[in-house]
Write a protein that binds this ligand. Structure first.
Ligand code: DGT
Length: 229
């Protein structure tokens, strides 16, 4: 699989936008990011970039997502390093449309790193390397973001959704883990005490049934498309 396979080009590619209006959709595992993104696929002026999970599942035949969950102390660094690269590729790719909507970002990848650091899963040197790369990217890469949509959820609810979805790698994911990831997202985007927020935020209640979220998405749609670029 190549990254291009994940870049759903909408419209003609005769013109590419180097700086499209960029929206990153954030939230816990199972918060409805994919559903949110799929809602925007029907608009011609939007390029929707889903998270490259399929790439993480097949790195030269190796399922890094699975290894990260089954043996985190051995593989978390390798996994995070690849997540960071694939996210940067999404941030920096030019789009055929003036709006780009991305699932997650290089910013939220660092929420997972923060958790691995707090749980002492990563070694100090591994954390330093990931943070140094991240800080270098903040200064030097074109990862400018115009809007963040935060699908705020309750850990118990996303735990049930995750179980129902039954992604095999996530068998080992506990409610405790989802609470940790929720807390870090909330400290970052809701309480805004963790680290700087890179763009204005829209917070959506992601606890509603996924099919009921359409209403919430429409509110967001108006807010996104009212931005003149
Ligand atoms: P959705 O549509 O809101 O249900 O989103 P998901 O659950 O399909 O997507 P996401 O990004 O929350 O997670 C996909 C899987 O990849 C999940 O098992 C968590 C994992 N994951 C994503 N990004 C990272 C990361 O930076 N580090 C670690 N350790 N895991 C990550």
């Amino acid at each position: 699989a190549t990254l291009e396979a994940f870049i759903k080009m909408s419209g003609s590619a005769s013109k590419l936008y180097k700086h499209p209006f960029t929206v990153c959709v954030e939230g816990n595992i199972g918060s409805g990011k994919t559903t949110f993104l799929s809602h925007f696929k029907k608009f011609d002026n939007v390029t929707v970039l889903e998270e490259p999970v399929e790439l993480w599942r097949d790195v030269s035949g190796t399922n890094l997502l699975e290894l990260m969950y089954s043996d985190p102390s051995r593989y978390a660094f390798l996994f995070q390093s690849y997540v960071q690269l694939t996210m940067l590729q999404l941030h920096t790719c030019k789009t055929p449309s003036p709006y780009k909507i991305m699932e997650r970002s290089v910013y939220s990848a660092m929420c997972f790193v923060e958790n691995l650091k707090r749980r002492n899963v990563l070694r100090d040197a591994e954390v330093t390397i990931l943070e140094d790369w991240y800080n270098w990217c903040l200064k030097n890469a074109n990862i400018e973001t115009n809007l963040i949509v935060y699908l705020r959820t309750t850990p118990e609810i996303v735990y049930d959704r995750m179980k129902q979805r039954g992604r095999k790698e996530e068998n080992a994911v506990s409610l405790e883990y989802l609470k940790q990831i929720h807390q870090i997202h909330d400290d970052w985007l809701y309480h805004q005490t963790l680290k700087p927020v890179p763009a204005p935020i829209i917070i959506i209640n992601g606890d509603r049934e996924l099919h009921e979220m359409v209403e919430e998405f429409d509110k967001c749609k108006n807010e996104i498309f009212s931005k003149v670029i």
